[in-house]
Write a protein that binds this ligand. Structure first.
Ligand SMILES: Cc1cc2nc3c(=O)[nH]c(=O)nc-3n(C[C@H](O)[C@H](O)[C@H](O)COP(=O)(O)OP(=O)(O)OC[C@H]3O[C@@H](n4cnc5c(N)ncnc54)[C@H](O)[C@@H]3O)c2cc1C
Length: 411
């Protein structure tokens, strides 16, 4: 699958990244992780501390899939609001999902001290603004729901927003406890640390065929076989080429990163910013003073069509930046890209086992919070592989009945 188009960001921030060999022999392991994106990297790092004999294979290079297109926002709030989660899954399960996301960010914030490559993880606040006056009531309801369940939330009126930002919006929810990261550096940092702790990592090594047996799985690659007791598939959106999930949908999305700004706009606490409209616009600043904006989602097209759309979609994103922050008028994009993006009909990722694949687990962190979901998956599957029961996995079951898409309703 052709995952990305245009000029991608991030590599400039890590000019000399580690490289790993091609697998050219037969090997054995307890756990084989297929894919070295955010999902595979989080789990490899987690397992490296458990003593499990772990192997990671990657058909491209580490962080060479969708993770290199990731814009690096880490939020407790999801594409699907807490109100909507409670409505769809019930109070206990809806709140559990939000609690797992919140704890996942806490775990991610602790990572830098454990890694040798700095992943530029910084705690941030978030502003979710009402795109139209009609959305204010839903925001107020969401605010009350968040407070009732112990999550951080402040309801800001129009004047509260105008005081802190260059723009004015009908209302907004301000919250603390979120974060930003450089996803490319984060994936490399996790894999490098796991490798230093004994995890074997192979690049340009594609899993091509599997033999599922009573006691494990044999994975065939171009130049060697891997005999694994368990396999974790962390192949991102390309999992859909192996096992179609009825509730998963792939679309195109776009993003832009400006040159470093000479004038910093009126932007409260460099917060993460997003809105109630669907598809939504989202923005953040980078550690070196650039603006990243993303959105303009549209149906999945052939890669050539997506490539051709990058410039026009990113021009529209720049116009949105200027509309919010007039003081950066004329700002230009240094990087502009489009990519495949995955969502699910009910707004939850897929994590866990599938009855048709013995000794196998899947990490499909589909949705705007893929990094947070990858951390949740690493914790839940890390414990499961160590023999512990994690009942939370039931939330993310691959065989659950699909419910309506969060993209069909606002909040
Ligand atoms: C434009 C854009 C912006 C985004 N912004 C954010 C954001 O702000 N915050 C956020 O949390 N998430 C964001 N996401 C989502 C996030 O990028 C993804 O959820 C996450 O990076 C995906 O990680 P992954 O490991 O699942 O997939 P990938 O990074 O694609 O990794 C999967 C890897 O598996 C490899 N692979 C596939 N098949 C095989 C095989 N047969 N053998 C060996 N290797 C194989 C691939 O080469 C790939 O490297 C964004 C996504 C896009 C596209």
């Amino acid at each position: 699958m052709n995952l990305v188009s245009g000029q991608l960001p991030w590599k400039y921030t890590l000019p000399e990244f580690p490289a790993y060999p091609v697998l050219d022999e037969d090997i054995h392991c307890d756990c084989l992780i297929v894919g070295a994106g955010m999902g595979g990297a989080m789990l490899a790092h987690r397992l490296s501390g458990s003593g499990a004999n772990t192997v990671v294979i990657e058909k491209r290079t580490v962080a060479g899939g969708s993770s290199q297109a990731n814009t690096g926002l880490l939020q407790t709030a999801n594409d699907k609001s807490l109100t909507s989660c409670i409505h769809t899954f019930g109070e206990d399960r809806g709140v559990l999902f939000y609690r797992l996301c919140q704890n996942s960010i806490k775990g991610i914030l602790e990572l830098p001290g454990k890694l040798d490559i700095d992943p530029y993880i910084v705690p941030r606040s978030s502003l979710l603004y009402a795109s139209t006056p009609e959305d204010v009531g839903m925001l107020r309801q969401e605010h009350e729901q968040l407070l009732a369940h112990g999550f951080d939330s402040e309801f800001w009126e129009k004047a509260d927003i105008a005081r802190r930002y260059s723009f004015s919006k009908p209302a907004g929810l301000y919250s603390r406890g979120d974060a930003e990261a450089n996803p490319f550096r984060l994936v490399h940092a996790l894999i490098a640390k796991a490798h230093a702790s004994g995890v074997r990592v192979y690049e340009h090594t594609e899993a091509r065929r599997y033999e599922f047996g009573e006691t494990g799985v044999v994975c065939h690659t171009g130049h060697g076989r891997i005999y694994a007791r368990n396999i974790v598939f962390a192949m991102g959106y390309e999992t859909q080429e192996m096992k179609k999930d009825r509730g998963a949908e792939l679309i195109n999305t776009y993003a832009v990163m400006t040159h470093p700004l000479s004038v910093l706009p009126k932007w409260h606490e460099r917060s993460l910013i997003w809105e109630t409209a669907r598809p939504y616009l989202y923005l953040r600043m980078t550690h070196d003073g650039r603006i990243i904006a993303g959105g303009k989602d549209e149906s999945l097209t052939a890669p050539e069509r997506r490539e051709a759309r990058v410039l026009s979609q990113c021009k529209r994103l720049l116009e949105e930046i200027e509309a919010l922050f007039p003081e950066v008028k004329g700002v230009e994009a240094e990087y502009a890209w489009g990519a495949v993006f995955g969502t699910t009909r009910d707004g939850l990722p897929y994590i866990g086992q599938h009855p048709e694949y013995p000794h196998c687990y899947f990490i499909e962190g589909y949705g705007g919070n893929g990094t947070v979901y990858s951390m949740i998956a690493a914790e839940l599957l890390g414990d499961t592989l160590a023999g512990k029961t994690r009942p939370e996995l039931e939330l993310f079951s691959l065989t659950r009945t699909s419910k309506p898409s969060p993209h069909q309703t606002v909040l």
